[in-house]
Design a protein around this ligand. Sequence first.
Ligand code: FES
Length: 129
Amino acid sequence: MIEEERMKMIMDHYENPRNFGPLENPTVTLRGGNPNCGDTLNIYIRTGDGDVIEDISFDGEGCTISQAATSLLTEFAKGKTVEQVGKLDSDYLKELLGKDIMITRPKCSRLALETLKSWVREFEKGKTA
Ligand code: FES
C-alpha cells in the first residue's frame, strides 16, 4: 500500500470508526489504556461456539493511531476464533499501519493488539485450568 493511501485509510478509520460503541451482553469487557498519555480503551467481545468471536466493538478516548488501529483490529477479529486473534503480531500491525508509524508511535500502534492478546492468554489459560 502506498503511504498516501495508508494515511487516508487510517484517517478514515479514525473519523468513521468501525464497530464503535458498547455491545449488548458482551461475554467480556477489556479495559486498556496508555498511562503515558491518559488515553483509554474499552473492547467488548461476545464469544460463541467454537471460541468464535461473534461480535466485537470498542470505545474510549484516544489518539488517531490508537483509535484507527483498534477499529482495524475489530474488523479483523469479528468472526475469527480466539486462537486466530492470538496469532496476530507486530508484522500484522506493520502491514496495516506501516513501518514508520510503528516506529514513531509504538505504544499507540500496539495498544489494542496488546489489550486483545492479554485477554487471549487469559482465555486460553481458563480452558486449561
Ligand atoms: Fe495515547 Fe496514542 S497518544 S495512545
